[in-house]
Design a protein around this ligand. Structure first.
Ligand code: MN
Ligand code: MN
Length: 464
């Protein structure tokens, strides 16, 4: 037997039956990804899946019994889920947490302008993007608005086959001599990332000639949604790529789609807690799944992992399982967590930014990242060796194909996840998720084998 460790590709070692499972899971994931275009919609989709599998709102339960399945929606944009186990909460719970916000173009509070005969919506980008990737591609508009009566209006344009789409019209190369001199950080001015939304005038409008296209858009929005210009200020609307999720390659081994960071792990987290609960005769440790918002901008705000709403959820579990007197800090201290977030796959044409031996190869399994951060592990949550041993042991016993990696070479950049927040609470935690190519681009790429292995890994983790 060789003492050497080698990465193995999943496909070569799978039976046809297992490959059929990969394809089946991939299709339901791709369907989820097409629907869950925003964190609002990801929560809605997840709740629908949970309710179809016997989960009810935590508020409906006065007391919680072993085996109970509950969820708690935090302000429409993050979600905590639990399956109650027989083990006392004070001895810890098994948590898998992913995020459901993805880089995108948000509207500014007062976004609608008219210039040179075109109506445009001004945007402010959300999360870390390479701005040029978002120019001259089809965009869809999703989100919510409130009218002056406080009624919530859902907006989704660009989703259906016969819907219009939107786009940022980039400058033609013929006239881009000055633009092209800037470095990639600068050559797209974010103040110019305004999205084309109209070109026709409302001839009857009581407006200046130069504002009749804007007036027409306001008229259309009023007819369709009953809103006025000021109502943009009480909205959360985002432009996202209008591409459908597809298999990539002649051999259909990869998946291309928007928002895979981190909805690939979010979907796996939800499916895993359901299937783990179904497959176990007795749930031992309480299982918790969470899909949270605002990771991409530093986990700030009421719906982020940093929100104390999660502590409140744990308090409610303590109260409703009649575990009064238990300190939630002790629950955290004895809990184990997978921070379910994607990592960078080794990019074929940019191998030089990866340390190959410590890189994650597409198709070689879910990737465990002992630490994130940058430089001298700055801002990293660095998992304890004893906890690495525990997680690797779970995966080994359950034939999970995994690899261990770091994001990239030291000094080439870096990144973070929600892991440090759970570590701060006292939980044992490590990052563990699907390798992705072209992360944060409008069209991210994963291997369908890693996508499936991510789900199997989380399920195995829940069950132990
Ligand atoms: Mn992420
Ligand atoms: Mn990200």
């Amino acid at each position: 037997m060789s003492l050497k460790y080698d990465k193995k590709d999943i496909y070569s070692s799978m039976s046809q039956e297992e490959i059929d499972n990969v394809n089946g899971y991939s299709k339901s994931y791709m369907n989820f990804l097409d629907k869950a275009r925003t964190e609002y919609l990801a929560v809605e989709e997840a709740v629908e899946i949970l309710e179809n599998n016997g989960f009810v709102s935590l508020d409906e339960k006065v007391a919680l019994e072993i085996g109970d399945r509950v969820y708690f929606i935090n302000k429409d944009k993050s979600l905590y889920v639990a399956v109650i186990g027989s083990e006392e909460l004070v001895n810890g719970v098994n948590i898998v947490g992913a995020h459901i916000d993805s880089p995108r173009l948000d509207l500014k509070p007062m976004p609608l302008i008219e210039k040179s005969g075109a109506a445009l919506l001004k945007t402010q980008y959300y999360g870390g993007i390479k701005k040029y990737q978002w120019m001259s591609i089809p965009l869809a508009l999703y989100g919510v608005m409130y009218n002056k009566n406080g009624e919530k209006i859902k907006v989704a344009v660009g989703e259906n086959e016969d819907d219009p789409v939107f786009t940022i019209a980039d400058l033609l190369p013929h006239l881009a001599k000055d633009q092209m001199k800037g470095n990639a950080n600068e050559f797209i001015d974010p103040e110019k990332m305004s999205v084309l939304v109209g070109s026709l005038k409302d001839k009857e409008a009581d407006a200046k000639e130069s504002e009749k296209v804007k007036a027409n858009i306001l008229k259309i929005l009023n007819e369709k949604y009953g809103v006025e210009e000021i109502d943009f200020a009480r909205s959360e609307l985002s432009f996202v790529p209008a591409f459908k999720t597809k298999f990539i390659g002649f051999d259909r081994g990869l998946i291309g789609g928007y928002g895979q960071d981190d909805r690939v792990c979010a979907y796996a987290t939800i499916r895993a807690i359901i299937d783990a609960a179904d497959e176990l005769d007795n749930v031992n440790r309480t299982m918790i799944a969470m899909i949270v918002d605002k990771e991409e901008i530093g986990s700030t705000g009421t719906t982020s992992m940093n929100s104390r709403a999660f502590d409140m959820f744990i308090n409610k579990l303590i109260e409703k399982t009649n575990s009064m007197g238990v300190d939630k800090l002790e629950v955290y201290y004895n809990s184990k967590v997978l921070s379910a977030d994607v990592t960078a796959g080794v990019s074929p044409e940019y191998e030089e930014v990866s340390d190959i031996q410590n890189g994650s190869m597409l198709g070689c399994g879910i990737s465990i990242e002992k630490y994130t951060g940058s430089g001298g592990k700055y801002n990293a949550s660095d998992a304890n060796a004893s906890y690495m041993s525990k997680v690797m042991g779970i995966f080994d016993r359950n034939n999970i194909m995994y690899q261990v990696g770091t994001l990239g070479k030291i000094g080439k950049g870096g990144g973070g996840t929600i892991a440090y927040i759970l570590a701060d609470k006292g939980c044992e935690v490590v990052d563990c998720g699907t390798p992705v190519l072209a992360m944060h681009s409008p069209y991210e790429v994963t291997s369908k084998f890693d996508v499936y292995m991510t789900y199997l890994a989380y399920k195995a983790f829940y069950k132990e």
